[in-house]
Design a protein around this ligand. Structure first.
Ligand SMILES: Nc1ncnc2c1ncn2[C@@H]1O[C@H](COP(=O)(O)OP(=O)(O)OP(=O)(O)O)[C@@H](O)[C@H]1O
Length: 269
């Protein structure tokens, strides 16, 4: 089966610093894929490259079988993106913004209007229709960005920290929307530091650390790998590991290391 997302040897250098270093990624159609890593690991840089927002230094990218660099427009029609720290047009209302985005994707006026209204209702953003985006809170902006990313019904959705700053009610709404999309065959590539949400949503996970992929597989494969390693080290059966425990183990910041740092910052009362 043609992968929904495929990247080979993807690399991005900033001056003499390599943020993403020859990574390979493959995401099958219909997968809910979590892309995890510590701060500064290279997640946003990777998402920006996969969605054509940032040119790679080297490497190749195919989305639904289309080469991103040979067919950028074809790829952009099929994907939706919520990038890191995106700026909205402050002088527009949410409806104007969604209608603008819908028309950019070539939707007709009536479809755009109907979808914009449905999305605003769904995101609980419909009750202040005159509010300008400049006056939106951070979480409201995030919900609107997600609405804009799905208005054209993308087959592949890239989300950089979609739950950041979003309240618990809205997070529940977003989760059910994303699960509904997966149920209808979409592919979702998501970064998030909220590991409980990733554990609940994602079937497959890759972990990037200092620009390198250090784990990649189904959640169960990652769990089995870490569990086997701990069993060898500790000689005892471990309990079923959470994604947080798996993550801490893979990126090498286990509880022992935390304890060792406890004596530091002793000037903090
Ligand atoms: N435009 C840039 N110029 C120079 N360095 C950059 C640039 N963009 C990213 N970097 C560096 O690349 C590395 C990876 O950054 P990136 O934003 O991809 O990390 P991240 O995994 O998304 O982190 P976080 O979880 O903190 O958002 C960091 O060291 C960052 O400082």
């Amino acid at each position: 089966m043609t992968p929904a997302i495929s990247a080979q040897g993807l690399t991005r250098t900033f001056q003499n610093f390599t943020a993403v270093d020859h990574i390979d990624l493959e995401v099958a159609p219909g997968q809910f894929f979590g892309f995890l890593g510590p701060n500064g690991a290279g997640k946003s840089t990777t998402i920006k490259m996969l969605t054509g927002l940032l040119g790679p230094t080297s490497g190749s990218i195919r989305i639904m079988g289309n080469d991103l660099f040979a067919n950028p427009l074809e790829v952009k029609r099929q994907i939706g993106v919520v990038p890191e720290g995106m700026a909205l047009f402050g002088k527009l209302t949410a409806t104007e913004y969604l209608e603008f985005v819908g028309q950019m994707y070539g939707l007709d006026r009536q479809t755009t209007r109907q979808r914009a209204a449905e999305l605003l209702e769904f995101m609980d953003l419909a009750n202040e229709p005159k509010k300008l985006l400049a006056d939106y809170s951070h979480g409201m902006g995030k919900k609107l960005a997600l609405a804009a990313a799905v208005i054209h019904g993308p087959k592949v959705l890239f989300l950089d920290e979609p739950f950041e700053g979003v309240d618990a009610v809205a997070a529940g709404t977003l989760k059910s929307m994303l699960q509904g999309m997966i149920g209808r065959g979409a592919t979702i590539f998501l970064t998030s530091h909220v590991l409980e949400i990733v554990e609940r949503l994602c079937s497959h996970i890759a972990i990037i650390d200092k620009g390198h992929i250090v784990a990649n597989g189904s959640l169960e494969e990652l769990r089995a790998g870490v569990q086997a390693k701990l069993q060898t080290e500790q000689g005892a059966q471990t309990e079923r590991l959470t994604l947080e425990q798996i993550f801490l183990n893979v990126v090498g910041k286990d509880s022992a290391e935390h304890t060792a740092h406890e004596g530091e910052l002793s000037w903090l009362s």
